[in-house]
Design a binder for this molecule. Structure first.
Ligand SMILES: [Zn+2]
Length: 313
């Protein structure tokens, strides 16, 4: 069972600096989020503060906010450190709740149907990979998690984030055994083809492609702060790259495109560190945990609605 902890951290060190009267006006850093493997930590502090969580480092922009994803296998405790522009350092140890995702071994893999095999399929898969990588290099300013997240489609959840499956089989063509380990990194919603898909939070469209090899009709929606929603297997795309969408706006429709076993929406959320150039350290977090995040409506977040415009065709 996923344990959800909504927490707040407040400064406990003010007294340590009381002897230095020039250091009294630093606002307390305030973090909130879901302290669970696959969760997210959202921190506010003075603009320009440098934050470190584990090996990840970020410098807060003018709004003072940074987001840190927690990997599916994040260590606990994890250190969170803030260095303000005035030189104050604060460090916290965060206890991260452990996931208990199921693990299964499935021994009926048809090795000849896994992955792209023909030259045409490989070419299609290769092109699709390049398109996705190029999109993941794009960062927009957006609300991040300020609005909270809503479910992007109506329907029963059919496969949660997290389970790992090991498939074992033999190729009928070559006789060679094969093995494939797969972790489900999205949240599947079972819904018929044509069910509307809505933006779970506001953002900017950075990929809209009707025909990626594995993913089929796909949209990437950049929420800002490094967070990207990924929607796969869509039958219809109602938006285009560059469009700015509001929370709840229709993006397209559920489908059965790409490598699927039936109509559904695969919704995934990737956390990227905007301050790191190397994209290989980015990872998917658990969308279901984001749904538990309360909307944060303090300070500059109130201006966000004036920055997005309706561009849904
Ligand atoms: Zn899925």
């Amino acid at each position: 069972m996923v344990q959800t902890l909504v927490f707040g951290i407040f400064m406990a060190w003010a007294g340590l600096w009381a002897h230095d009267s020039s250091l009294t006006a630093v606002p307390a850093p305030n973090c909130a989020g879901v302290l669970n493997q696959g969760g997210l930590v959202v921190c506010d502090g003075p603009a320009g503060s440098q934050w470190e969580m584990g090996a990840e480092r970020q410098t807060a922009g003018a709004d003072g906010r940074v987001l840190f994803g927690l990997a599916r296998n994040a260590a606990s405790p994890t250190s969170l450190r803030m260095l303000t522009p005035t030189g104050l350092t604060t460090e916290f140890q965060l206890e991260i709740a452990t996931r208990t995702d199921p693990f299964r071994v499935i021994e009926e893999l048809d090795c000849d149907k896994v992955d792209a095999r023909t030259p045409e399929q490989r070419d299609h898969a290769g092109r699709s990979w390049l398109i996705k990588q190029a999109a993941f290099d794009i960062f927009n300013i957006g609300p991040g998690v300020r609005q909270g997240f809503i479910l992007p489609a109506e329907g029963p959840p059919s496969s949660p984030f997290g389970p790992e499956r090991k498939y074992i089989g033999v190729s009928a063509v070559t006789g060679e055994p094969c093995e494939k380990v797969s972790v489900h990194r999205g949240y599947d919603i079972a819904a018929p083809v044509g069910t509307p898909i809505h933006a779970p939070a506001a953002g900017t469209i950075i990929l809209a492609d009707p025909d990626l090899y594995y993913e089929g009709g796909t949209i990437f929606l950049d929420h800002g702060g490094g967070l990207v929603s990924v929607f796969m297997h869509m039958s219809k795309l109602d938006t285009r790259v560059g469009a700015e969408v509001r929370q709840g706006m229709k993006l397209g429709e559920v489908g059965n495109t790409g490598r699927t076993t039936g109509p559904h929406l695969h919704w995934a959320v990737k956390w990227r560190n905007p301050d790191r150039e190397d994209r290989s350290g980015d990872f998917y977090i658990d969308p279901a945990l984001l749904l538990g995040l309360p909307a944060i409506t303090t300070g500059e977040s109130e201006t966000q609605d004036t920055e997005v415009s309706a561009t849904d065709p």
